[in-house]
Design a protein around this ligand. Structure first.
Ligand SMILES: *Cc1c(COP(=O)(O)O)cnc(C)c1O
Length: 364
């Protein structure tokens, strides 16, 4: 069985850093081995640096980004709570569904796909429902390629409403400032701008979010994602909860090391430059931008040129050039692409490789 090697320019997973691939060769240790626990401690320190937070409750949840989303909601929401959710794409919708399954009453603040959510509208929705326990919003909407502004939501710090932010596609790719923006809970995923394969969901909880978990009336409905139980393993008690995915954690440790050695600012600049190059070049091939404001450099959404067959062109890219790009979702399904330049893939080399293939397939 052949194992093809592809340039992954879709909405995730992205190609891992070489140092990350190497980390998978390390021998597997037991999850309570002191040598492994030292690595786990360093992961928490590195995650705090990357999230730009001092939050003690910062750890990798076992599972993909959606497990991080679910962990945040299931720990912070109790049945009957009101939750305000910003919705301008697939992942805002997913947040509503997860909150609904936690028994929350969901207040939706919508913006059209391809547009950003005005943070003032989220603050207004909270003011109209001052008992709301949570305002939740996606920072980087991977379904549309739009950034939602978070900083103005720091105002929620003066209220009893917590701020929950999805940083799955933003962390490592564009500035994320958990403490400076007053973010109470954030989750991410390894396979987007962190340059690690899918399998872990970094999360961070502010002291007041941790207090919210402690003061719950009822136990967290999910035993596996109960952060107080997980924190007893990751923290000083070292009490077994579930077997840590050792090899994935080595990979995350290595990926965060690469990112911090490069420097967050340098990584943001690399993503910004690669995205700008791609977004400048695509109109020359007949692609038109889908997102109309606050475009993300790490995820470019475009309408296909007229007369182009989506499935056929992506098939040719994959089979002739070993390049994967993402299909569209929603309105963009069958009519557009989502092109990711994330983590290790966010460099000029990826852009010129893709454009070279498009030269061959489409002509300029
Ligand atoms: C990819 C993604 C998720 C879900 O992550 P999975 O790893 O697929 O579970 C959640 N939110 C955003 C913004 C994403 O891009």
């Amino acid at each position: 069985m052949a194992h093809p090697d592809r340039l992954l320019l879709g909405p995730g997973p992205s190609n891992p850093y070489p140092e990350v691939v190497e980390a998978f060769q390390r021998p597997v240790l037991g999850h309570l081995d002191p040598d492994f626990l030292a690595v786990l401690d360093e992961i928490a320190d590195r995650l705090r640096a990357v999230f730009r937070t001092a939050n003690p409750l910062t750890l990798p949840v076992s599972g993909t980004g959606s497990a991080g989303m679910e962990a945040c909601f299931v720990n912070l929401v109790e049945p009957g709570d009101t939750v305000v959710v910003g919705v301008n794409g697939v992942f805002g919708e997913r947040m509503c569904e997860v909150a609904r399954r936690c028994g929350a009453t969901v207040v939706r603040v919508e913006a059209p796909w391809g547009r950003a959510i005005d943070p003032q509208r989220l603050l207004d929705a909270r003011a109209a429902a001052p008992h709301a326990r949570l305002v939740a919003v996606v920072h980087a909407e991977t379904s549309t390629g739009v950034e939602n502004e978070i900083a103005p939501l720091a105002e929620l710090q003066g209220t009893d409403t917590l701020l929950l932010v999805d940083t799955v596609t933003s962390l490592g790719g564009i500035p994320v400032e958990v403490d400076a923006w007053g973010v109470d809970a954030a989750y991410s995923a390894t396979q987007k701008c962190l340059g690690v394969p899918p399998g872990l969901a970094p999360v961070t909880f502010s002291p007041r979010a941790a207090e919210r978990v402690r003061s719950r009336g009822a136990a967290v409905q999910s035993w596996y994602l109960d952060l107080s139980l997980i924190a007893d393993y990751v923290g000083a008690a070292r009490r077994y909860h579930h077997t840590a995915p050792i090899s994935m954690l080595y990979a995350l440790h290595a990926g965060l090391g690469v990112l911090l050695d490069e420097g967050l600012e340098a990584s943001w600049a690399r993503h910004r430059d690669a995205g700008a190059r791609l977004q400048e070049a695509l109109p020359g091939y007949g692609f038109r931008a889908f997102a109309t404001e606050r475009r993300l450099p790490q995820l470019t959404s475009v309408w296909l040129p007229d007369g182009v067959d989506d499935a056929k062109l992506r098939d040719e890219l994959r089979t002739r050039f070993d390049i994967e790009v993402g299909g569209g979702l929603g309105e963009l399904a069958g009519k557009g692409w989502r092109i990711g330049l994330m983590g290790h893939g966010a460099r000029e080399r990826s852009v010129t490789t893709l454009l070279g293939a498009l030269d061959a397939l489409l002509g300029r």
